[in-house]
Write a protein that binds this ligand. Structure first.
Ligand SMILES: *[C@@H]1O[C@H](CO)[C@@H](O)[C@H](O)[C@H]1NC(C)=O
Ligand SMILES: *[C@@H]1O[C@H](CO)[C@@H](O)[C@H](O)[C@H]1NC(C)=O
Ligand SMILES: *[C@@H]1O[C@H](CO)[C@@H](O)[C@H](O)[C@H]1NC(C)=O
Ligand SMILES: *[C@@H]1O[C@H](CO)[C@@H](O)[C@H](O)[C@H]1NC(C)=O
Ligand SMILES: *[C@@H]1O[C@H](CO)[C@@H](O)[C@H](O)[C@H]1NC(C)=O
Ligand SMILES: *[C@@H]1O[C@H](CO)[C@@H](O)[C@H](O)[C@H]1NC(C)=O
Ligand SMILES: *[C@@H]1O[C@H](CO)[C@@H](O)[C@H](O)[C@H]1NC(C)=O
Length: 506
């Protein structure tokens, strides 16, 4: 009986292997998307990317995989909150209806924390790979809990927080104020970024952080929070739309806070005038304050993701993508690029198919999502001429650039680069086009601003009190002496006069 079953089993396995060698394997890509353009990975950005993905994969793997695609979305579901109510239901319904015919399925998440966590649990139960773009929830990084999840986009929260912490540590800055401006937050990025940064600096990195929500276009409000910041820190982190940074820097100049004693660190994740705005002092001098703003910007450092390399493949892809996007009602600006979060869908698919092809070639099981996800980790991939590094935890490592303005031209130029791979962190100086190291130039000073001035933030430290007491005592002393001397002289003159007169009378 047992031997008989064993024989049948072998026979079936052999049959499947023969068949799969001959016919392409059916693979279905399942996309859960948010409609609209309210997040960096909403349908208007990610759908055209995923369309190009399908075309390229079909061309590359034609004899090997028979690729089909299912997009699950709802016209009326445009925010992560709305999606969190739906995504498990959508996934479950799709899975049980389709899994019989399409055992090899791959999920692409929408880029929403809650939805990713619940999809992650289902993907584990079904043993299917789940590729996620943005991830704001550190718990999804726990791959013991979510063994089939690969996080393929830069992780704006944890990655940004640790990049910021490294920058602060480099200059011994321990006390920071975070000013958050949530105006024009088209992609709903700034508020979560502020919260995560504030929490993680305090709780993970033991940095004393205070956070205020400020309205940069209201001068009184701005002055109020700058004064607050002044009394507790010399390092001020700015999170907000690019167009809000100039007014903040001008306000700081007005408050006497751009004299070189302060440093401002603003985040511009990637260049996108339309979505994130641009950090710039230059306005064609519309308000007559360009020079003042240019000087104020000398106290500013900018933290950005390392820009996407403009390889030939990438430029071709962007042309196709911009065309595609018009089908979805989105029109890219002339110098607008695809954001790195939506671009990560392309990397995700390219990487997964490379690993699936290896798996098929070795005759291994494509239905084992845990095994596929493990195979992805701890490697670098070449996609469109870009090096994409996935660490041992199945997360993509981000690379950051820190820039400051050139004192003469006022253009931003990179000064430091941070790269991490597999937990090995590398900080390097940037090099100019002439091959020389870019020096960091501190405004009005030959060293980085101190974390705390010698006399404290309010100039009230004990030793300074003693000093100022000594100084006032000295001033009182001098005044008293002057008064006494003058008094004596006057007395003398008066006396001389009276003596003279007395003599004349006599
Ligand atoms: C590819 O899959 C589709 C269904 O998804 C099917 O109709 C078609 O016959 C398959 N093609 C091949 C070559 O297997
Ligand atoms: C979307 O919402 C509108 C109005 O609330 C409703 O009329 C429409 O049927 C909804 N569409 C879908 C696809 O649910
Ligand atoms: C946190 O920082 C303070 C001041 O720099 C220091 O006294 C304290 O020991 C630090 N705490 C930890 C847990 O590192
Ligand atoms: C910010 O301040 C400006 C100018 O005072 C005002 O018009 C605007 O409504 C304020 N924005 C918010 C969100 O309060
Ligand atoms: C500055 O930070 C240290 C801990 O890093 C803290 O002990 C100190 O109170 C902070 N100063 C102010 C003014 O918040
Ligand atoms: C798939 O894998 C095989 C075996 O490793 C390799 O020869 C082939 O080039 C791969 N196909 C693609 C499109 O990468
Ligand atoms: C760190 O950066 C330097 C200069 O770019 C490079 O030579 C070195 O290999 C890097 N180290 C690691 C561990 O990546």
């Amino acid at each position: 009986m047992e031997i008989h079953a064993f024989t049948i089993n072998i026979f079936f396995t052999a049959l499947i292997l023969t068949v799969s060698a001959a016919a392409p394997v059916d693979v279905v890509l399942v996309e859960f998307l948010l409609s609209g353009q309210k997040t960096a990975t909403s349908l208007q950005f990610s759908a055209p990317t995923l369309d190009c993905v399908e075309e390229d994969l079909k061309a590359k793997y034609s004899g090997i995989f028979n690729i089909s695609r299912v997009r699950i979305f709802d016209q009326n579901i445009t925010t992560c909150d709305q999606l969190s109510q739906k995504s498990s239901f959508w996934a479950t319904r799709f899975y049980y209806r389709e899994v019989q015919n399409n055992p090899v399925m791959i999920f692409f998440a929408a880029g929403c924390n809650n939805a990713e966590a619940s999809l992650g649990s289902l993907a584990r139960a079904w043993n299917k790979p789940l590729m996620i773009p943005v991830n704001g929830d550190p718990s999804v990084a726990n791959k013991k809990r979510y063994p089939t999840v690969t996080r393929i986009s830069p992780f704006i929260q944890e990655d940004l927080n640790s990049a910021m912490h490294r920058l602060l540590r480099m200059f011994y800055w321990n006390n920071v104020t975070i000013l958050c401006d949530d105006a024009d937050d088209h992609l709903a990025l700034f508020v979560p970024m502020c919260t995560a940064l504030h929490d993680s600096l305090r709780l993970t990195y033991n940095i004393s952080s205070s956070r205020f929500y400020v309205n940069a276009s209201n001068a009184d409000d701005l002055q109020h929070y700058l004064e607050e910041a002044k009394s507790i820190s010399r390092v001020i982190l700015l999170i907000g739309h690019g167009s809000r940074i100039r007014p903040i820097m001008l306000g700081a100049a007005k408050a006497g806070m751009t004299n070189g004693e302060y440093v401002y660190i603003a985040v511009e994740l990637y260049p996108s005038r339309k979505q994130l705005g641009t950090l710039q002092w230059y306005t064609d001098n519309k308000d007559g304050q360009d020079e003042a703003a240019k000087t104020a910007f000398r106290s500013l450092l900018k933290v950005s993701l390392r820009p996407t390399e403009r390889t030939t493949e990438y430029l071709n892809f962007m042309d196709r993508l911009k065309n595609r996007a018009t089908n979805y009602g989105y029109f890219f600006g002339p110098d607008e690029a695809l954001n790195p979060f939506a671009l990560s869908y392309y990397y995700a698919a390219a990487i997964l198919f490379q690993v699936m092809n290896e798996t098929v070639s070795k005759g291994n099981n494509l239905q084992d999502g845990v095994a596929l996800s493990r195979l992805i980790r701890g490697r670098t991939y070449d996609v469109m001429g870009h090096t994409v590094a996935i660490n041992w935890n199945g997360d993509r490592d981000a690379q950051w650039i820190i820039s400051q303005t050139d004192p003469s031209t006022g253009d931003f130029r990179p000064i430091l680069e941070q790269a991490t791979f597999n937990g090995v962190y590398n900080l390097t100086r940037s090099y100019g086009s002439d091959g020389t190291e870019q020096r960091i130039v501190w405004y009005n000073s030959n060293h980085a601003p101190l974390n705390e001035p010698r006399c404290g933030y309010r100039g009230l430290k004990e030793e300074c009190k003693a000093e100022s007491f000594a100084i006032s005592a000295m001033i009182v002393g001098i005044t008293v002496t002057v008064v006494l001397v003058v008094g004596l002289l006057i007395t003398l003159i008066v006396l001389r006069k009276s003596i003279w007169e007395a003599l004349r009378r006599a």
